[in-house]
Design a protein around this ligand. Structure first.
Ligand SMILES: [Zn+2]
Length: 419
């Protein structure tokens, strides 16, 4: 890992030079001394804009193998009758192959980080390490889906592997209030708090989940999280579709993050998260794709545009406007912040993660406002190259080994259905 000099790259409405040194942005838009750029790889970026890469704050990566499987089914039926029976057949090798396909898709669509809640996490960790991006990998806890021994193994795994990798962190991830007993959920909260782990769970995704929680615990899911002491800047709740006004204020007041996944919610008919409302109350709102089986892709740019459109509609109803910079922040910096990364911005000292986007793409022309073009007009075909942690993970639209990854995934998905 060395230095990269991005020469004549379009940034903040003008061409400039940006120097990456090691894993961070060293300097933006100034003259460099010969010593500063000594040994740097010089990349001619004329005709390209630099944007922060995407941070996918909630997904289930290996579910790429179930893309398009059992569409048109409501959430609980989809989980009980299709997803969980098929998942029960998945081996560690399947998960590695599915994760590799997911990471390939993510890199192509400009994502350099994902928070993953799934099984056989050691395999997903290996894939992330090999392919050069970042992840917060969940120690996924569901004592209603797994054995008591598995439940204990989670905490042993956490202890053993924390801090092992520069780009992969471990996160405590109980699946949800409804897929965990309250003992296991409370134990997960206690472990996360005692050892300062990020804590991530599905939260208020469907109306049924809220009604069930009220019946069982006499409060809403967010109120329950508050009562159990889970909420803090280390808390990341996925979906957050069915929240009342007071719950949004509780999330804001505790510094918690709400990850919205509008594509998945729309497709499963779960509802629409109040993106503008959460944002206007000061909640750290991040974006996630959810798994490819309910999205059906892992394209954060598409998620960003749909979140922006829904957010605009909601913002107008409260006489506000949802600004482009806020939308970009949700897809980038907010997700990084939720998982403790100093990343998601093209600024000195930030982790050197970024996209080089072709300005000569038809959807980027004319250039009245290049950020508007990026959010509302373009798609990920305009991404020329992707840098993560100061190294290229995609150059000129190509990721090393991609042909083999596609071939393996096609073959394996077919084999799983035949088992
Ligand atoms: Zn999910």
């Amino acid at each position: 890992m060395g230095k990269i000099l991005l020469q004549s790259v379009f940034h903040n409405n003008k061409e400039c030079n940006i120097l990456i040194n090691g894993t961070t942005f060293y300097a933006i838009d100034r003259q460099f001394s010969p010593a500063e750029i000594d040994g740097a790889e010089v990349v001619d970026c004329k005709g390209m804009a630099i944007f922060p890469a995407f941070y996918n704050a909630h997904t289930h990566a290996a579910m790429t193998l179930m893309r398009g499987y059992a569409d048109d089914t409501p959430l609980f039926e989809w989980l009980n009758n299709y997803v969980w029976p098929l998942e029960a057949k998945l081996t560690a090798d399947d998960i590695e192959i599915g994760s590799r396909l997911a990471v390939l898709e993510m890199i192509h669509s400009g994502t350099v980080f994902f928070a993953d809640m799934y099984w056989h996490r050691e395999r997903t960790m290996k894939v992330v390490e090999e392919m050069g991006i970042r992840a917060a990998i969940g120690v996924t806890i569901s004592d209603k889906l797994t054995s008591p021994q598995d439940f204990e193994n989670n905490f042993t795994f956490l202890k053993k592997h924390t801090g092992e990798s520069e780009r992969v962190s471990l996160v405590v991830m109980p699946h949800s209030i409804y897929m965990n007993t309250d003992e296991s959920f409370k134990r997960s909260i206690a472990v996360a708090k005692a050892e300062n782990y990020i804590f991530h769970t599905h939260l208020s995704e469907t109306e049924k989940e809220v009604v069930d929680c009220q019946q069982q615990f006499h409060c809403t899911p967010v109120e329950l999280m508050e009562k159990w002491g889970a909420l803090s800047p280390n808390f990341v709740g996925a979906h957050c579709v069915h929240l009342n006004e007071s719950e949004k204020e509780i999330l804001a007041g505790t510094g918690s993050t709400a990850v919205v996944n509008p594509c998945s919610n729309l497709k499963l008919g779960s509802g629409i998260p109040d993106i503008a409302g959460l944002h206007s109350k000061g909640v750290n709102v991040a974006l996630g794709t959810d798994g490819a089986s309910s999205n059906n892709n892992l394209d954060m740019h598409e998620e960003m545009k749909i979140a922006a459109l829904l957010g605009q509609l909601q913002a107008h109803s409260i006489n506000k406007i949802f600004h482009k910079n806020d939308i970009l922040t949700m897809a980038t910096e907010a997700g990084a912040k939720a998982y403790g990364l100093h990343a998601g911005k093209i600024e000195e000292g930030y982790l050197a993660d970024c996209l080089l986007v072709e300005l000569d793409n038809a959807q980027m022309i004319p250039c009245h406002d290049y950020l508007s073009n990026w959010i509302y007009s373009a798609n990920t075909n305009a991404i020329h190259s992707v840098i993560c942690n100061g190294s290229f993970v995609m150059r000129n639209h190509h990721v090393d080994g991609e042909e083999e990854i596609l071939r393996d995934a096609k073959k394996r998905a077919k084999e799983i259905l035949e088992r």
